[in-house]
Design a protein around this ligand. Structure first.
Ligand code: RNT
Ligand code: ZN
Length: 419
């Protein structure tokens, strides 16, 4: 059978259970998913020498890491040519591009330091998301930034946050797409603190000060990302789940919560938290990653929890209420492939969720027909989803199977290994 015939037969099968595969593909094509620039260079950026800090870590030394803005952009373009769907660019402040001899520290950053990224985004017709970088910098004092008891340190990082609000507004205005600006710090302690509330009160005040910088909430969408622990920060994290969620709940006119599915205890699932938050917040944001035993930031796969998260967005019709961003970094494999597999996996999860007879299943639940619900949920897994995926990829002009890897291997030989 040709691809077209396979799709036609899948379309008919899905139609019988009330799933419109045409509509599913149309919907998915328009849903932006943020592609994180930091998978390409192991979260190092361009504004400092020195290692990645902040309780996060990349492991592996696969050759070909992007070392310049030009290399990183070329790599991202390669990925964009291999994935279906709509991307948005996700940048960190440490990826500022300075002219030689024009160094500006993080509290002094200006839109002009990101003009080349705007040019890049415009070339591809995509929006930009942004992140202040509260790590990998010598002004991180004793592991603290926005929650530091040292006023000068805290001031520096507040000013960094404010500068990033202005840059986010610039991104939104230049691209015409709202900019999600995520506040995450690794602030915390390795061992049992004597004061848990003090740092949180300072953190609260600092974020309030950052958000007092004028911005249009239709254009700039600040988020607060929580975390449970980091490397070397095992005992206490200032921006814990309760802290961040409460902060967002108290400031729904100014910001929203961001959940990273690597930032919870291993038996907690973000798929269950999405609908809980949607009951209260107009909008929420996600960092999609794959934790293994801890926040290890492995490449996102088409696995159960990834699919379950996508389902919660789709079946609650929350497409314009959930901002989706990938967040992982694997330095042990080809980075273009890591990006591509993760992006494609999330696309698969969304497409499969869109091809699920959600209404029918919901009704079974509401009528307490739990035996049938189990059987039908299992049945849905066996539908010829691969044929719809192949059709979707073909319509997006990319390979539906793993043949894209050949292109990555050629790029590795011709470009990456020559760096
Ligand atoms: C770290 C957080 C954070 C970072 C990025 C680089 O645990 O997930 O979002 O991964 O900002
Ligand atoms: Zn994250």
């Amino acid at each position: 059978m040709t691809r077209e015939e396979r799709y036609e037969s899948a379309r008919e099968l899905y139609a019988k259970i009330g799933v419109d595969t045409e509509k599913a593909m149309e919907t998915l094509k328009e849903l932006p998913v943020s592609l994180h620039c930091w998978q390409g260079d192991d979260v190092l950026g361009f504004d400092h020498e020195g290692p990645l800090t902040g309780g996060i870590q990349t492991t592996g030394d696969y050759p070909g890491r992007a070392k310049t803005p030009e290399q990183l952009m070329a790599d991202m373009e390669k990925v964009m040519s291999l994935v279906p769907g709509k991307i948005k660019l996700n940048l960190h402040a440490c990826y500022a591009i300075m002219e030689p001899g024009q160094f500006a520290d993080r509290d002094q950053l200006e839109p002009k330091h990101f003009a080349k990224w705007v040019e890049f985004a415009k070339k591809h017709g995509v929006g930009i998301d942004f992140n202040p970088t509260f790590f990998s910098h010598d002004k991180v004092k004793d592991g603290l930034t926005l929650s530091s008891p040292d006023e000068e340190t805290r001031r520096f990082w507040i000013n960094h946050g404010k500068a990033c609000i202005r840059i986010s507004q610039y991104f939104a205005e230049e691209t015409g797409v709202p900019c999600v600006m995520n506040i995450w710090t690794g602030d915390g302690f390795k061992d049992i603190p004597a004061d848990r509330m003090g740092p949180r009160m300072r953190y609260k005040d600092s974020i309030e000060q950052i958000l007092s910088e004028p911005y249009d909430y239709n254009k700039v969408k600040p988020c607060v990302e929580s975390k449970v622990f980091g490397i070397g920060v095992e005992a206490y994290t200032v921006g814990s789940a309760e802290f961040s969620l409460s902060f967002a709940a108290a400031n729904t006119d100014k910001c929203m919560p961001l959940m990273d599915n690597g930032h919870y205890h291993p038996t907690e699932v973000v798929s269950d938290k999405i609908p809980a938050l949607l009951c209260f917040f107009p909008e929420i944001a996600l960092h999609i990653t794959r934790p293994i035993r801890w926040d290890s930031d492995h490449v996102v796969l088409f696995d159960d929890e990834t699919r379950e998260m996508a389902k919660e967005i789709v079946r609650n019709n929350a497409f314009d209420r959930v901002y989706m961003a990938l967040d992982y970094f694997d330095a042990s494999i080809n980075r273009i492939s890591a990006w591509t597999v993760g992006f494609r996996s999330w696309q698969k999860a969304l497409l499969q969720a869109l091809c699920t007879p959600n209404e029918m299943l919901k009704n079974l639940q509401d009528e307490n027909r739990m035996t049938e619900l189990m059987v039908q949920q299992e049945e849905a897994k066996m539908y010829p989803f691969g044929d719809v995926w192949a059709e979707y990829c073909s319509r997006c002009g990319v390979a539906g199977d793993s043949s894209w890897l050949e292109e990555v291997k050629t790029y590795e030989a011709e470009v990456l290994l020559k760096r």
